[in-house]
Write a protein that binds this ligand. Structure first.
Ligand code: TMP
Length: 214
């Protein structure tokens, strides 16, 4: 029986997390290509989503719309709820036997919104979402990750040094907390060359799923 001190986890639901510029989207593409090549049934996805809720969030992130930090926390939670439980969502994909890999999930809200509107609201809004079966955290110094983003013509509202440093600290606290509630969270050194990071990520995914993907 599941202990009350341990959160319920969705098997085969894998989440990538990290500050902006940590390389989660790049690694996501490698994972997707490997799953395709091995013929593994899968869904790759991301938050904020491309659904209406996510599109509204993206406008806020791009500075086109102004919103109170508390509103943003609610919007991310709405987008997540629909993403999990809506039609063609995460739960449906898992129930049909797919591996699901998602770029960002609950930890992003706890780290980012925890840094903009305090921890209470994002904790409350995210308390009932299930844990992923596996989370891979991409650890990188904010100085380095922001350098990676410096070639972009336009940065989003959180892509500033002050914010990234706060989020980096918030991730550490959040990860320690979630691990103590039974979340399986593996950390990779995202400072390493992309190919080495890819190998590390593949090894973690292979150990978790039991499938060879390299
Ligand atoms: P990305 O698509 O480049 O990862 O950008 C998404 C941005 O949204 C990134 O700065 C992290 C942020 N974010 C939150 O603040 N809270 C969340 O719950 C999620 C999923 C993302």
């Amino acid at each position: 029986m599941q202990s009350q001190d341990t959160d319920f986890a969705l098997k085969n639901f894998i989440v990538l997390e990290g500050i902006d510029g940590s390389g989660t989207s790049t690694q996501m593409r490698f994972i997707e290509a490997a799953f395709k090549e091995k013929g593994l049934a899968h869904m790759v996805t991301a938050e904020p989503t491309g659904r209406p809720e996510g599109q509204l969030i993206r406008k806020i992130l791009q500075g086109e719309l102004d919103a109170d930090p508390g509103t943003v926390a609610h919007l991310f939670a709405s987008d997540r709820h629909q993403h999990l439980y809506g039609k063609a969502g995460i739960v449906e994909a898992l129930e049909s036997g797919k591996l699901v890999v998602c770029d960002r999930y609950v930890l992003s809200s706890l780290a980012y919104q925890g840094s903009t509107c305090g921890r209470d609201l994002p904790e409350y809004l995210n308390a009932r979402f299930p844990a992923p079966g596996l989370t891979i955290f991409f650890k990188i110094d904010p100085e380095h990750s922001l350098q990676r983003l410096s070639s972009r013509s336009k940065l989003e509202i959180y892509e500033k040094m002050h914010m990234q440093k706060l989020v980096d600290i918030a991730y550490e606290t959040t990860i320690a907390q979630k691990r103590s509630r039974g979340w399986k969270i593996e950390t990779v050194n995202a400072e390493k060359p992309i190919d080495q990071v890819r190998q590390e990520v593949f090894t973690i995914i292979e150990a978790y799923t039991g499938f060879t993907i390299a």
